[in-house]
Each structure stands twice: as structure tokens, then as C-alpha cells.
Design a protein around this ligand. Structure first.
Ligand code: PGA
Length: 246
């Protein structure tokens, strides 16, 4: 069952999500938080950083687990997710790098499971709250169409749509976007105690409708979230435009 919250715009949704994250951190100072990259959650991280500063919130016991990482980009590359998470989460929230984990796989990895990330998450107590965006094609993390719903953290291939969408972050365009990535699996994501997915803009409208209104199926990774018992989608009006019309 997915709960849906439709907000007037990204700023309102980011504020609500940031407040919810801050409430969690105050209630559980050693919370484990799953963090997404991409442009969608940036506003929520900025608002959360402001709340932490204003309230002098203790962040010293938190742990963060990123969703995914490209394979073949050096960590120092500004668009590696090690760099993005450092820039958007670690530094603004004022946490130590040791509190923040990003999945890794050797450069020569082919497709398949990555052994220790799920164990690391379990050893930290499991994820209390997982933040997600969604791709135009319905992917969550880098779980593309056809990913089994019980997949653990694994290496997978990116679709051309995903590489094209992400090419906006790379000066060299689509050729610079790696074809492989390591990602928390759908099975990993579904183990989180609470899931929050944000989606903004008309580019996400079909992915959101399919995730919410079509039966759960591997061809629609976002539809797996219907199987979770505490998942909320925070949408702006553009992304929600096709919800409730079928
Ligand atoms: P975006 O990406 O936040 O940059 O739109 C979302 C995703 O691909 O999961």
C-alpha cells in the first residue's frame, strides 16, 4: 500500500520530507537513513541541513547508506555518487565521512550480486528510512526494468534512457555516463522500515502512474513499492497529473 501526498511544488514537498527526516533524527539519534542522489532530493537535503543548524541537532550517531554508484568513474569525479553524497549530504549535514556509506564494486565487475553492502546495512540495524527518486522509465536506484523484486545489492546495466537522462550532469554527454552501476537491489530497498519516494515534474508522470496504478511487475520497478507496508510518495502536481484517472 502506497500513500500519496500531492504538494503544490517541489519546495513544499522538500520542506515536508526534511521535517519528517528531522523528526526521525530527534526521535532516534542513531537512525539509519538511505539516501538517493539525482536532482530530486537536493531541496530536502538543503532544508534538513538548515533545520539541523537551527536546532543544533545531534547528528553524531546517524548512519547513511547511499543507494547506488557508477562503475568506472573515479570517486574524485564530481559526478561519482561518492562525490555527490559528500557534497549534498555529508558536508551540509555536518556528519563525519565514516558515518556515510556508498556501495562499491571493482571496475571489472560484470553483472551480479555485490557481497557485503546488504550485510553492512543489516549490521547497522537496517534502514529506518529510505529516500528514493524515480527514473522517467520507472527505475528506482539503478534497478532497471526486469530486476527481480528480491534482488540484493548488485551490479546492473543502465538503460539508454537512464544514461541519456543522466548525461545532463556530464560535460562530455552520454558517452561519459558509465554503462554499469552498483545499486541497492529492490529486495534491499523493500527491507527498509519506511520508504519515501519523491517525484517532481511532468517527465515523471507516466512512471508515477504505472508505479501506483498498474499491478506490481518486474517490468515496472517502481510498482514493487506497492508491496511495502509503509511507503509514501511525495509528488508535485505535475508528477501526479495522471494519478487517479484510470
Ligand atoms: P532525478 O533522477 O532525481 O535526477 O530526476 C531520479 C532517478 O533517476 O532515480
Amino acid at each position: 500500500m502506497v500513500h500519496v501526498k500531492i504538494l503544490p511544488d517541489k519546495a513544499h514537498a522538500s520542506e515536508e520530507v526534511a521535517q519528517m527526516l528531522h523528526d526521525l533524527i530527534v526521535e532516534k539519534p542513531n537512525a539509519v537513513i538511505g539516501v538517493a542522489t539525482g536532482s530530486t532530493p537536493e531541496g530536502a537535503y538543503e532544508r534538513l541541513a538548515e533545520k539541523i543548524t537551527e536546532n543544533r541537532t545531534d547528528v553524531s550517531q546517524l548512519q547513511f547508506f547511499a543507494l547506488d554508484e557508477y562503475i568506472g568513474l573515479p570517486w574524485e569525479h564530481p559526478e561519482s555518487y561518492h562525490s555527490v553524497i559528500h557534497r549534498c549530504v555529508t558536508v551540509p549535514l555536518g556528519v563525519e565521512p565514516a558515518q556515510v556509506h556508498v556501495p562499491e564494486a571493482p571496475d571489472d565487475s560484470t553483472v551480479g550480486p555485490v557481497d557485503d553492502y546488504d550485510q553492512k546495512i543489516a549490521a547497522a540495524g537496517g534502514i529506518d528510512l529510505q529516500l528514493l527518486g524515480i527514473g522517467r522509465n520507472g527505475h528506482i536506484g539503478f534497478n532497471e526494468t526486469g530486476t527481480p523484486f528480491n534482488a540484493p545489492t548488485h551490479v546492473g546495466e543502465l538503460t539508454e534512457i537512464t544514461r541519456e537522462d543522466n548525461s545532463r550532469f556530464f560535460e562530455g554527454g552520454v558517452d561519459e555516463v558509465p554503462p554499469l552501476a552498483v545499486t541497492q537491489g529492490i529486495g534491499t530497498i523493500l527491507k527498509a522500515r519506511k520508504i519515501v519516494l519523491m517525484a517532481f515534474g511532468e517527465g515523471k508522470v507516466d512512471a508515477i502512474r504505472d508505479s501506483l496504478e498498474k499491478p506490481p511487475a518486474e517490468e515496472r520497478p517502481g510498482s514493487s513499492l506497492q508491496l511495502h507496508d509503509d511507503c509514501t510518495f511525495y509528488l508535485d502536481e505535475a508528477a501526479a497529473a495522471k494519478v487517479g484517472h484510470s
